[in-house]
Design a protein. Structure first.
Length: 367
């Protein structure tokens, strides 16, 4: 899988938009279950990268696919995690494997095995392989390079085991098991799998105790360690996002959804920027950011959103245009690059960036 490509131009007038293929809706939810961390505005270079838990679960699944078995002790030693964390990873991987037609055994004598549910039928074997390959393709698309390239090698005839010496390591925040956010996620996933409404209390600026929300859950999106529920709000009659760590009560199922509502075309779950959803009539603003040579390649080599426009200039600098309903998203993202980037257009976005910087400077002056 190749990274987004930017064109070299002598001036600053031409541009090219980076577009991504749409990820199937079901695998998106499954990838979220594995703890994939997407980029988020304001995180700069740390965006669009998988979490440590994602890598563990991915390697566990790949090892089971290639070898049919995994020794728990070896896995714990390699990834330096507890037996409790391993069992939690295994539970998520077991759910993924089951959807692809495989069965993962309980831990017996420190060993876990995987086999097809009905290996006697060639048709089911072929279907299981196709489903697993689709899962790997989805993971490769979401994780990007260089992890995606390694996943493509896994589908080949490489004899090197996945738990051998590693050159590529990850140092990103992961969702800690048995915490409030993890419990909220587990509850939402169960509700979603049953096609049920979710009911929970959520904060509101004028009501400290929060208000009750009744929603149709569609997916959970992970962005640099923070998790958001994308759902249709019944009372507001529109699509909204809810931060899992801000939920005041654990979500409860509240009846079956007669016909699950499809995600609108204007919502792109794999966009790292464009979190504020709005609705089909909400105006999107094109915000342009100029980057110095120090940050240019970092910015244009990544796909931050499906319709971004990025241009590399002859002097090594770059410009990138992102489309959002809230200019603050791009402003926060720009500030993540420090002095290596600044907003240039439109004027209201420049004014907003100036306000944010002045407010930050005032906080330091007060010290």
């Amino acid at each position: 899988m190749e990274p987004p490509r930017a064109i070299m131009v002598p001036g600053r007038a031409n541009s090219v938009a980076h577009r991504s293929d749409k990820v199937p809706e079901r695998p998106v939810a499954n990838v979220a279950a594995m703890g994939v961390a997407h980029g988020t505005p304001g995180k700069g270079d740390a965006a669009d990268t998988p979490s440590a838990s994602t890598v563990r679960k991915l390697m566990l699944l790949v090892c089971l696919m290639r070898q049919g078995r995994v020794q728990m002790a070896r896995f714990l030693e390699r990834f330096e995690v507890s037996e409790r964390s391993f069992k939690r990873d295994l539970r998520h991987v077991r759910e993924l494997a089951q959807e692809a037609g495989f069965v993962i055994s309980p831990i017996r004598d420190g060993v876990v095995t995987m086999a097809l549910q009905s290996s006697g039928l060639a048709l089911q074997i072929d279907k299981g392989r196709r489903d697993v390959e689709q899962l790997l393709d989805t993971l490769a698309r979401v994780l990007g390079e260089p992890v995606g390239r390694q996943l493509q090698r896994v589908r080949g005839d490489n004899d090197a085991g996945p738990l051998t010496r590693r050159f590529l390591h990850f140092a990103f925040p992961e969702l800690v098991g048995d915490t409030w956010v993890a419990d909220v996620y587990d509850a939402l996933e169960k509700i979603w799998s049953k096609n049920a409404y979710a009911r929970f209390m959520y904060p509101k600026h004028d009501q400290p105790r929060g208000v009750e929300r009744l929603v149709e859950p569609h997916a959970v999106v992970a962005r640099a360690g923070r998790y958001y529920l994308i759902a249709y709000a019944r009372v507001a009659k529109g699509w909204r996002y809810f931060a899992l760590d801000r939920m005041l009560t654990k979500p409860q199922a509240a009846g079956t959804i007669p016909t699950p509502r499809p995600l609108p075309d204007y919502i792109h779950l794999d966009d790292s920027i464009g979190m504020i959803i709005g609705d089909a009539k909400t105006k999107r603003v094109a915000v342009t950011v100029e980057l110095t040579p120090r940050a240019a390649r970092t910015a244009v080599s990544r796909r931050w959103q499906h319709d971004q426009e990025a241009v590399m200039h002859e002097d090594g600098s770059a410009s990138i245009t992102l489309h959002v309903t809230d200019v603050d998203e791009v402003v926060r993202w720009t500030l993540g690059f420090g002095g290596a980037a600044h907003v240039t257009d439109p004027p209201e976005a420049v004014a907003r960036a100036t306000q944010m910087l002045e407010a930050m400077a005032e906080q330091y002056r007060e010290r």
